[in-house]
Every structure is written in C-alpha cells, then in structure tokens.
Design a binder for this molecule. Sequence first.
Ligand code: HAX
Length: 425
Amino acid sequence: MVTLHEKLAQQLPKIREELRALVKENASKVISEVTVEQLFGGMRGVKGLICDTSVVELDQGLIIRGRPIGELTERTPEEIFWLLLTGELPDKESLKSLQDELKKRSGTPGYVWDVLKAMPADSHPMAMLDTAVLVMEKESQFRKRYDAGMKKDEYWMPMLEDSLNILATVPEIAAGIYRMRFNKGPRLAPKPELGMAANYAYMLGLPDPKGDFAELMRLYLVLHSDHEGGNVSAFSGHTVASALSDMYYALSAGLNGLAGPLHGLANQECLAFVLETQKKFNGVPTDEQLKQFAWDTLNSGKVIPGYGHAVLRVTDPRFTAFLAFGKKYCPQDPVFQIVEKIFRIVPDVLKEQGKAKDPWPNVDAASGSLLYHYGMTEFAYYTVLFSVSRAMGICAQAILNRAIGSPIVRPKSVSTEWLKKAVKK
Ligand code: HAX
C-alpha cells in the first residue's frame, strides 16, 4: 500500500528529469502556429499549454490518463482523483488511505458559514461557493510554507495538502449552500465514512430511499472531474496558480470562470430550455413541433443550450453516460423523454443551419433532467455540483504544474495597430 503523497514522491523526480531533457533537446521545435483568426477567436486550437491529467480528442471526448471516460463510469470520484494525479487507478488499500485522509480533513471552519450567511439572500450559489473557497485561503499550507521559505522541488507537497483539505470540505460547503440558499432547513452534518459522492448526496438532504440519487452523484462527480487544460476554468485556475498564488486563490478563480453561461452555467440553461419546451407543448412535443421550436430558437438569435463544443466534434461520451443512466433509472420521466427527443431532432437542425462546428450534445444536455427527476429543481445550483467535481481536475492540474516547475503564464499580446502592420508585410 502507498499513500497518494508517497506515490507522487516516487513518480515525480523521474517525470521532472524526463521533462527537462525533453525541453532541452527540442527547445526550438515548432508545434503550433497562430493565425489571425485564432488571435481573435479565443486562441481556439492553438497548442500553448501542457496538461497531463486528461486530453479531449475531438472524435472521442474526454480521456483521463489514457482511459476513455466511458470506461470509468463505474468508478468513484476518489479513484478518479488518484488517477488524474498519478496516471494509475489505486489498489483497494491505497484508495482507503485516500478516503481516510479526506475523512480526517473533513469539517468546514465556522467562519465560512458566517461569511455565507452575511451574503445577500439572493446571491448566486456559484458566487457563494467561490467566496467560501476564497475565504478559506488563510488555511493555505502552501502560503505558510512559501512564506517560511521552501525549496522549489517541494512546492507540490503543500499544494497537495491544500487540495486534500479543499476536496474534503467543498462537498460539505456546497451542500450547506444548497440548504441555506434554497431554504431547505438546517445543514446536515457530514458522514465522511460514506465516501465523497454518497456523503455529498446525503448532505444535500433530498429523499433517496433506494440510493439512486447517490449513484447519480457518483456518476456526476466522475464525469465532470476534468477536461484538459485549456477550458476557461482550468486555464484561469492555472494562470492564477502560475503566479504562485495558492490553491484557494486558484480554485476560486477557476470556478468563477465555470460560472459563465458558455461554460459550466450552461447546464442550468439546458434544463430551462427543456422545461420551456415542456411548458410550451404541454408535455413531450411531437418531432415536427420540436424541430420548429429549434428553428424558432435559432432564428431568434439564441443558441440551443447543451449542443456544440469548442473542441468536440462527436456526441460527448459524458452525455452518453447520463443518457444511459436516465434510460435505466427514469425512462418514463417526461423531462428526460424531451432530452432524448432533442438528441434525436436537434443535431440535424444544427447541421442544416450550418453554423455550429459541432452539432452534437455536450455533457450539459442531459445532466439537468436527471437532477430534476430526483427533486433538485433549483437550476441555479447545478453549476455548484459541477464545481465540486471540477475542483478535482483543477487541483490535480495545479499540483502537477507545481511539480514540474511550471513558470508564470505570460503570453504576448499585440495591439490591433501592430497586427495591421504585421499582416501588410
Ligand atoms: N446553438 C446555436 N448556435 C451555435 C451553437 C448552438 N448550440 N453552438 C455554436 N453555435 C454557433 C456559435 O454561436 C457561432 O455563431 P456566430 O458565428 O454567429 O458567433 C457558430 O455556431 C460557431 O461556433 P463554434 O465554433 O461551433 O462554437 P464555439 O467553439 O465558439 O463555442 C460553445 C462553443 C459550447 C460555447 C457553443 O457551442 C455554445 O454556445 N453552445 C451552447 C452553450 C453550451 O452548451 N455550453 C456548454 C459547453 C460545455 C461546457 O463547457 N460546459 O462547461
């Protein structure tokens, strides 16, 4: 049995050595170039970052350390965190050691609740979560050790400490926000012995007589855990961490990006779209009705939430996993049936319109309908669930970036005047 700390301590020196040699031998080799379109297009497709936790292939979707996400859907979030960091799945004892670590670190500082209670009652749950993470910055081991003087090779260790402390408390904070923000009654004390997913499901306090909702939470936390390094939340987190800001600053920053409607907030918009469809047609629409509604939505200048992706060009395998869950657990639910029907109708409409490069569903197209089925009807909360999961990826990336001595991020910007001159040459 090895602990996560021991495993990384074994792996990292070799990885560092390999990377140093790789950079030294290939320092001036060109692997990407930037066109003017990319300059104005959110740097789409420009290869300018290293991320080893996961890759997103346009024809396959998320692959965590060489394993397609579709092969990981039976795993627990703790196993995924280990995999993200080490490239391997833990054996039983190692997994238990990680779960014990998280159990030991569970318990949210009282001042977090005081701060959350002081926020306006109609604050967005994401603003509450990001504030809670930031306010815990004073707990940072990285900052303490950095202030005391620490060798660069050791930076990853307190980053791991901070990450474990964060991952041990974030589900409790997130569940507390749900109960507080939506008047669900007092907070429920954590039961960390249940493991991350079932504990989170329990603390949310929704009725779950058969344990299906806990199962959905497990799947949800696995599927959203990481999505390589260039998406808004991962890249924001990475940029902030690169200034040697600690994990609390970096995670809060990353999650602020996740709160945007083109990124993590899309899941709340997706369900709103599905429910709007249901209301308009008084139930599940016919194929023709749905097709017309999709066109009306596009013609009014709106996007179809849950469809399209900056990288993917196939149905997101995470959507496929949620669809399979819905087919197993709630096939008769009309909201889920609308999600299935949208999947049958909308890609052809988007293809016919010809604007979206990817006409297929992304992860957000199905998840909301499943949460809704289990009684979580507060859409504004959905991105918090996403955040609890994505915290694993952002933390894992930050730990590894510290380990390989990632320098401060500082791409060069140019002015439009400069560009005008440059393209004339
Ligand atoms: N409906 C209608 N039009 C769409 C569309 C959709 N679902 N997806 C893309 N388009 C349009 C774009 O608005 C863009 O139009 P303009 O040229 O008029 O600006 C055009 O198609 C080309 O866009 P693209 O290159 O295919 O897509 P981008 O890489 O720019 O953006 C987005 C990717 C996911 C933001 C985009 O597809 C979108 O807005 N989808 C709907 C919102 C959504 O589902 N977001 C969640 C994404 C998953 C995620 O990150 N979760 O965290």
